[in-house]
Design a protein around this ligand. Structure first.
Ligand SMILES: NC(=O)c1ccc[n+]([C@@H]2O[C@H](COP(=O)([O-])OP(=O)(O)OC[C@H]3O[C@@H](n4cnc5c(N)ncnc54)[C@H](OP(=O)(O)O)[C@@H]3O)[C@@H](O)[C@H]2O)c1
Length: 341
């Protein structure tokens, strides 16, 4: 593997994290003097732009896209071999918990078989694989999770992602894989696709609609552009092994909702605290009940050690300020993007 990585393949580049990663590379390329080539793979989404907003003039990045189903070995082999990446950041996945619970075989075919295909291609091409995983590989019974903690997923999504991790660990040399477990992300989707939890809360409180949020389900809520920055930093540092990339402290959906409303000057009156059981019942129309770990607290010390900077860890309050600014720029971005929104 070359020391100066420049050809980067991002799977799931039409998704929330994948699109933010692409955008991050336009703001901060792999290396100042290098030309960075990015191939963004997507599955069904048709409107990936070839020019991204906020691109810094000095940044020399080219972006091409390719449509492929990662379960299709032949099509995937053709497109990946042709590009011959130095590094693959594998974001593509089915991540809707209710959908994965209803259709475990589909979750397995994308999250497990798709990952198996990527592993075998990375082996063949001798390139590094960064596998994006989740805190849902844990059951939430431990006080604090380190990267070495045992995996015990409690739902189909978590099981499929844990199985993907195992394929990565067992299928590649130790100096060619990184597994990055992230927690619940929030932020602005660069392509304007479905809003995340934070935007849903904002839209509903803005329209004076009631928002019901659980008080007893804690996760290390993480600002997505910050997570993308950390993923890129780990990749640049050639940091191999497993890492937790997440905000410092777990917070419940309810407390997060209150923080968002306050940050945007919205009323908190319509945000109603409920238990996670009640929340599940009120969302029953969206799909089957899915067991969720109650409290997953990830230790991110290993990330801090590699990155070597405290400033990489902004607080939730800090990232909410960034979110507010990004949301304000959103309308401008929409105009500049060459895609339907
Ligand atoms: N978002 C979170 O809060 C969160 C938290 C923890 C972990 N993660 C992990 O982070 C990664 C990215 O998540 P995300 O939030 O960006 O998900 P997302 O917004 O749902 O995007 C999923 C991406 O995967 C692609 N995809 C789905 N099925 C595919 C297939 N058969 N072949 C090729 N591509 C396929 C989709 O392509 P099309 O849109 O073109 O169909 C899309 O680009 C996932 O691995 C997820 O497990 C996310």
């Amino acid at each position: 593997m070359s020391d100066r990585l420049r050809k980067i393949l991002i799977t799931g580049s039409s998704g929330f994290l994948g699109a933010i990663l692409v955008e991050s590379f336009f703001k901060e390329p792999w290396a100042d003097q290098d030309h960075t080539q990015i191939l963004g793979l997507y599955n069904k989404y048709n409107d990936l732009p070839t020019k991204w907003p906020n691109q810094q003039p000095k940044v020399d990045v080219s972006f091409v896209t390719g449509r492929v189903d990662i379960r299709d070995v032949k099509a995937l082999t053709d497109i990946v071999t042709d590009f011959s990446p130095d590094i693959v950041i594998h974001c593509a996945a089915l991540r809707d918990l209710e959908y994965c619970e209803s259709y475990p075989a589909k979750a397995g075919s994308v999250n497990v078989v798709g990952t198996e295909n990527m592993v075998s291609l990375c082996n063949k091409l001798g390139c590094k694989l960064v596998y994006i995983s989740t805190d849902m590989v844990y059951d939430g019974t431990a006080t604090l999770y380190n990267e070495t903690s045992g995996l015990h997923p409690v739902n189909e999504y978590g099981k499929s992602k844990a199985a993907g991790e195992e394929l990565v660990r067992n299928g590649l040399h130790t100096d060619s894989w990184t597994i990055i477990r992230i927690s619940r992300l929030y932020g602005v989707h660069p392509l304007g696709r479905e809003p995340d939890l934070a935007r849903t809360i904002l839209e509903r409180t803005g329209n004076n609609q009631e928002v019901v949020l659980p008080t007893d389900e804690y996760r290390n809520v993480t600002y997505a552009p910050w997570a993308a920055k950390a993923i890129i930093a780990l990749s640049k540092h050639n940091a191999f092994g497993v890492f937790h990339v997440c905000g410092d402290l777990p917070i419940s959906k309810y407390d997060f909702g209150i923080m968002i409303a306050k940050q945007f000057g919205s009323s908190t009156e319509r945000i109603k605290p409920v238990s996670s059981e009640h929340y599940q019942m009120s969302n029953a129309s969206h799909g089957p009940a899915v067991t969720r770990p109650k409290r997953v607290m990830l230790n991110n010390t290993k990330l801090r050690t590699i990155i070597g900077s405290k400033s990489m860890m902004p607080t939730i309050a800090d990232t909410l300020k960034m979110f507010k600014m990004d949301l304000a720029e959103y309308k401008v971005k929409r105009k500049n993007l060459k895609c339907k929104m």
